[in-house]
Design a protein around this ligand. Structure first.
Ligand code: ATP
Length: 241
């Protein structure tokens, strides 16, 4: 049972941001979504999470069409996301950042706090519980945003450039974390990332967008061997791969 786009198109006025996009993420799988700036990656995530209605096509969750659901309904249905900017509640500590999200999802406060604490522990971040979110170093802030997205035990997690601004070592740690989220929690992950090396290290399947269309889909070898991908994209990032 998967989260999928079926022949999705999105138009902003006369501009087509996406055309005929079909992709899917299965539980426990990490799918990469790459492509040049403006290719339509964030728009895909927005459609999959209810932030953007498709102009054409369908969003499918566990066999059911969910194209019309709002963002909070998709979240309750088990589809979580992170944003390019962290969007934490700066005035709250880390535990409360997670617990508030749990309460918003319908958990009792004590249950939400317990889940938040267990999650931070699982991610090796228990020491951050009572730190103010506003004062966190950048990489911790990104990891707390991922922890918060995992509240309520979502079945799918969509990550929009989670490694932006990180060093190679920090990005490698993040890749390991994403691998654990898929393998140990069984969460299906969709990873938008400009760091192609990171995508190829953690994703079993990669989808390449250019100009709102899918130009390639496949595993690491298929992507590295694709002439269309090299021409559209990898030229700029060849060293990273
Ligand atoms: N709300 C909107 N109104 C009009 N155009 C939009 C809107 N949102 C996105 N676009 C346009 O749609 C195209 C795809 O944008 P999108 O943000 O999905 O690309 P992206 O692949 O995520 O790019 P980046 O890597 O730069 O984040 C871009 O040309 C963008 O300017």
């Amino acid at each position: 049972m998967v989260l999928a786009l079926e022949q999705v198109g999105v138009a902003f006025g006369g501009f087509r941001a996406l055309t005929d996009v079909t992709l899917s993420v299965a539980p426990g799988q990490v799918v990469g979504l790459i492509g040049p700036n403006g290719a339509g990656k964030t728009t895909c995530v927005n459609v999959l999470t209810g932030f953007q209605r498709p102009t054409h096509g369908k969003v499918i969750l566990q066999g059911r069409e969910v194209s019309g659901l709002a963002a909070h309904e998709m979240r309750r249905a088990g589809v979580a996301r992170t944003f390019q900017a962290g969007r934490l509640f700066g005035g709250l500590d880390v535990l409360d950042n997670l617990a508030c999200t749990g309460v918003g999802l319908g958990l009792r406060r004590s249950v939400a706090e317990h889940e938040a604490s267990a999650l931070l522990n699982w991610m090796g971040m228990a020491a951050l519980e009572s730190r103010a979110a506003a004062g966190l170093p950048y990489t911790d802030e990104r990891r707390v945003a991922i922890a918060r997205a995992l509240m309520g035990k979502p079945r799918f997690l969509l990550l929009d450039e989670p490694a932006a601004g990180m060093s190679e070592a920090e990005a490698a740690d993040l890749a390991a974390l994403i691998g654990r989220i898929a393998a140990e929690l069984g969460v299906g992950c969709l990873l938008i990332e400009h760091n192609v090396g990171l995508v190829l290290s953690v994703c079993t399947q990669v989808v390449v967008l250019d100009g709102g269309r899918i130009i390639e889909k496949g595993d690491r070898e298929a992507i590295l061997g694709s002439r269309a991908v090299r021409e559209a994209y990898l030229g700029t990032y060849a060293e990273a791969a």
